[in-house]
Design a protein around this ligand. Structure first.
Ligand SMILES: Cc1ncc(COP(=O)(O)O)c(C=O)c1O
Length: 463
């Protein structure tokens, strides 16, 4: 069908695109004065009916870029909300290449299958996990779900066939990401099976409470399925005491999963001692689209033993012949159609080298420490009573004489977003609303940190 080819104008279209993308990337190097408003023109474009006939590719590409420019992009240096990714340029190129080849990683694809295996090995090496096995998934949510499915099959070998015919328990801290709760719901454990273990004053799981909870469950005939240690919590970046938790997991013979979606890339830096005990994990979630800077979506689940995944997911399908009894990648993963997400990380490591990633992570941590110090010394700010270990720094604008600090910061956060010079998300910590700048963008600088304080104080003083 010639109608679906760009055809003779391919070169022209690609040259047009490359010029546009260079300008887009140059734009990402700086912050914008404000976030964009949706213009009437864009509104009109986005309410058009389904086009029966096409337009020139260069015109529709220009329109796509206009729409993207009127969207909130995390790639800019002053986007400090959530735990953002930063659209690493070679990662974007890899996405373009991977979609062009449109490989499906469900089956053995020769070179691209080896590339995924190699990249898994590189990531294991980067963070210092001794088992170079696993697969790429769409995100931390899916990596955590996959790990808990494997833990379920390990604790209850018949569960794939008969479902859950016994009471079960899963353990994570009160500060764990809600993907754990979702996985408990989806996998049939039910949210009541999730034991949310109390945290200490650094927001880390109290391992003594974990032990008590497991003993209580065992005494009641409840089957423990998995312990989840969070290595970098979403709210404050706390790292659970992995070694103590790993010892408990070992003693009771329980699957240990580390949710390192955000924080575990820091194990590849001088912060490695914070992750001691990690080698005991049965599985680890890492989001490369968080602190390895590549565009969404790109997560990995590393496992100690690959058969734990094939025991969980494999099926004999007539239309998926196995090559010499070697299982297909789909026999290890939840997804069937699976793009070559590994390429963006592979190309990123090849182009920049692992040290560039270590340096960028360490610089983000330096920015977080600098932010903490400035806020600590500033009379109009509250901080937590301990410095950040990773790169999230909860702050409250707290001028003296005000008793409504939580309300003030919730309102200030909305005002900051409306102002548009920074993009920040709020967080509820110990029942209070805090501003929660999170440094995971390699484009953010020390000047951006100074500007952040200037803008918060300027807007805060208007109350
Ligand atoms: C600790 C943790 N786990 C899991 C997730 C979910 O990851 P994703 O958004 O990639 O699904 C997040 C997201 O922020 C997270 O912080």
């Amino acid at each position: 069908m010639d109608e679906l080819r760009i055809g003779s104008s391919r070169r022209e279209v690609l040259e047009f695109l490359s010029q546009k993308v260079v300008a887009v990337w140059e734009g990402f190097d700086q912050a914008r004065e404000s976030e964009p408003e949706i213009t009437l023109e864009i509104k009109k474009l986005l309410s058009e009916e389904l086009p029966r006939f096409g337009t020139e590719a260069t015109d529709s590409i220009s329109q796509s870029i206009d729409i993207l420019d009127k969207s909130i992009a995390q790639s800019r240096p002053r986007f400090l909300a959530y735990i953002g990714s930063s659209g690493l340029e070679v990662g974007a190129i890899a996405d373009f290449l991977a979609s062009s080849y449109d490989i499906n990683q469900a089956v053995d694809n020769r070179a691209s299958t080896l590339l995924e295996e190699q990249c898994i090995k590189w990531v294991a090496q980067f963070i210092g996990y001794p088992y170079p096995f696993g697969f790429f998934t769409s995100g931390g949510m899916v990596s955590n779900l996959t790990a808990l499915a494997a833990a379920r099959r390990s604790a209850l070998p018949d569960s794939r066939k008969v479902g859950l015919n016994t009471q079960t328990a899963i353990y994570s801290s009160k500060e764990s990401h809600y993907s754990i709760m979702r996985a408990a719901e989806i996998l049939g454990f039910g949210s009541d099976a999730l034991r949310l273990i109390d945290v200490d004053d650094h927001h880390r799981m109290r391992s003594s409470e974990l032990e008590i909870a497991i003993e209580r469950d065992l005494a009641q005939g409840i089957t423990p399925v998995a312990i989840i240690a969070t290595a970098g919590t979403t709210l404050t970046g706390a790292i659970d005491p992995i070694e103590a938790i790993a010892n408990i997991a070992k003693r009771f013979g329980i699957w240990l999963h580390i949710d390192g979606a955000y924080g575990i890339p820091a194990a590849g830096t001088k912060m490695a001692p914070l992750f001691t005990g990690m080698h005991n994990a049965d599985s680890i979630t890492i989001d490369a689209h968080k602190w390895l800077f590549v565009p969404k979506s790109c997560s990995l689940l590393l496992v100690r033993d690959l058969t734990s995944l094939s025991d969980t997911f494999s099926h004999e399908e007539a239309y998926m012949p196995h090559d010499e009894k070697k299982p297909n990648p789909v026999d290890f993963t939840l997804e069937y159609s699976r793009p070559l997400r590994a390429l963006k990380l592979w190309l990123a490591f090849k182009t920049h080298g692992a040290d560039a990633f270590r340096n960028a992570i360490e610089f983000n941590i330096e920015l977080a420490q600098m932010t903490y110090r400035i806020a600590l010394e500033h009379p109009e700010f509250n901080v937590l009573p301990y410095a950040p270990e990773l790169s999230i720094v909860p702050l409250q604008y707290a001028p003296s004489g005000r008793s409504d600090i939580s309300w003030l910061n919730a309102t200030l956060c909305k005002k900051l977003i409306a102002d548009g010079r920074f993009y920040i998300s709020p967080a509820q910590i110990d029942g209070q609303t805090w501003l929660r700048p999170c440094f995971t963008n390699f484009r953010t600088t020390k000047d951006d940190v100074h500007a952040l304080f200037k803008v918060i104080v300027e807007l805060g003083r208007e109350f």
